[in-house]
Design a protein around this ligand. Structure first.
Ligand SMILES: Nc1ncnc2c1ncn2[C@@H]1O[C@H](COP(=O)(O)OP(=O)(O)OP(=O)(O)O)[C@@H](O)[C@H]1O
Ligand SMILES: [Mg+2]
Length: 451
């Protein structure tokens, strides 16, 4: 493989500036801050790589064929079914770029589509490409999503093998987000979904709103969009911050348009970094978002140098509450990519809730929790192992028994009408609804012991 040099920029401060350079060889990846970047007082590549601390030393990721976790989140994962990746690779093919290996494809994707996505880190092939990209401020016209390419998009999502040209002609390459469900970063009218989309905003516009448009793969997961909406409502009712969303339809498929929270009131990107990226930066044993344990997030919250989270008490209660509500609602998918910190150190905090879908409704996702916590299942314990794991997890977080009881009582109360909420999701097949209600009832009964 040839060595590759990529250029990393950000417009977190309003104006685009160069953050640094990423050098990738067949042995390692090295990121270095631009000499003047630490003086700008802007957020760095990662919360755990503050520019001031790494002013004179490169940040080395010494594993062949892989990149710093922070960059990986800008690349759609190498999975043959990944909609975004197929779309982007088709786009590159049209430009005459056909990478020889999956890793070279990662690098090509990063260079050509690793900007304007979630968060504040933008990657380009070189500085010239960055300047050109930032110079265009136009997000184009609003296009009715159904009429223009609805049918071809529906085809693509159903079969995942159609030519991406249709959508690319209509939209241009939209920036990418990670994950398995087909989704697009687009803008919609400021007063909500009306069936029209445009490219995302590059700067604030009063008449458009940036959203993540998640499209349901109805053949595999019928009812998923409505289920995600129901789960967002539940979390909102429990007092968690949740983004606004609109029920949408794309080419006859149900979809959700979810407002993006990684932009401030001025349209500037806010740093959004997953706990996977933060933990994997410092731990070699964390290679996937399901590795490690949720208890290890306590170390991130407790970190004093650099101080990332000033309001530690809020962070501890938030995390514990998220885990309890995931258990109560049958969301077994609370892995390290589904938890993120938003904002800059030392004021970073857990982001609003995203991806809270109760995936246990499907048998193949019926897992108590994607990442272990409180030593669950590690050794024999007296009493209900789940309850004991919750107590131990609370201990890792330094929560007192009275905090645990308070959080649990509140969430058990909010979730008391969960069976009705689930039954109201009529697009979800009856079997899946019944499974979810059973799971919830079992959890609700057992978690009473926390109060
Ligand atoms: N409303 C939002 N604002 C900003 N960023 C978001 C928002 N929703 C999601 N994201 C980002 O996009 C990423 C992917 O979104 P999400 O987790 O909802 O989908 P997914 O991972 O594809 O779903 P699944 O885990 O079911 O495959 C998230 O990890 C998060 O970084
Ligand atoms: Mg996710």
């Amino acid at each position: 493989m040839q060595d590759v040099l990529l250029s990393v920029w950000t417009r977190a401060g309003g104006e685009p500036v160069k953050m640094g350079g990423l050098f990738v060889s067949d042995r390692e990846a090295r990121f270095s801050y631009a000499p003047e970047y630490p003086d700008y007082g802007l957020s760095g590549l990662s919360l755990v790589y503050p520019p001031g601390l790494f002013r004179d030393s490169p940040i080395v990721h010494d594993r062949p064929g892989s990149l710093h976790p922070r960059f990986r989140s800008l690349i759609p994962p190498a999975d043959e079914h990944n909609f975004q990746r197929k779309l982007m690779l088709a786009f590159l093919r049209e430009k005459g770029i056909e990478p020889a290996t999956p890793f070279e494809a990662d690098l090509a994707l990063l260079a050509h589509t690793g900007h304007g996505g979630i968060g504040h880190v933008d990657v380009f092939a070189d500085d010239e490409a960055a300047r050109k990209w930032y110079a265009i401020d136009d997000s184009g016209p609003l296009v009715p999503v159904g009429e223009q390419f609805g049918f071809s998009l529906k085809d693509m999502i159903s079969w995942l093998d159609a030519d991406a040209r249709f959508i690319l002609e209509s939209l241009g390459p939209t920036p990418s987000v990670g994950g398995a469900i087909p989704k697009l970063l687009v803008a919609i009218p400021a007063d909500g979904w009306d069936g029209r989309i445009s490219l995302p905003n590059r700067s604030r516009r009063d008449d458009r709103l940036d959203v993540v448009l998640k499209i349901e793969r109805s053949q595999t997961y019928p009812g998923l969009a409505a289920l995600e909406a129901m789960a967002l409502d539940l979390h909102r009712d429990a007092g968690f911050e949740t983004p606004r969303y609109w029920h949408a339809e794309v080419g006859g498929l149900p979809a959700l348009a979810i407002e993006r929270f990684d932009r401030d009131g001025e349209g500037r990107p806010l740093p959004l970094e997953s706990l996977f990226s933060i933990l994997a930066a410092g731990a070699r044993d964390i290679e996937r978002p399901t590795d490690g344990s949720l208890d290890r997030i306590a170390r991130v919250i407790d970190l004093a140098d650099p101080l990332l989270i000033r309001d530690k008490k809020a962070a501890r209660s938030h995390l514990f509450g998220r885990v309890l509500l995931a258990l109560l609602s049958g969301n077994g998918d609370l892995h390290l990519e589904n938890l993120s910190l938003l904002g800059a150190a030392p004021e970073a905090a857990f982001s609003p809730v995203y991806d809270p879908t109760p995936m246990r409704a499907w048998r193949m996702h019926d897992l108590l929790c994607a990442v272990p916590f409180g030593g669950y299942g590690e050794e024999e314990v007296e009493g209900d192992p789940l309850v004991q794991a919750c107590f131990r997890f609370a201990d890792s977080l330094g929560l007192h028994r009275k905090d645990v009881a308070g959080i649990a009582a509140h969430l058990l109360g909010v979730a008391a009408d969960y069976p009705q909420r689930v039954r109201a999701v009529t697009s979800l097949p009856a079997d899946n609804r019944a499974r979810l209600v059973d799971i919830h009832r079992d959890m609700h009964r057992r978690l009473q012991a926390l109060v």
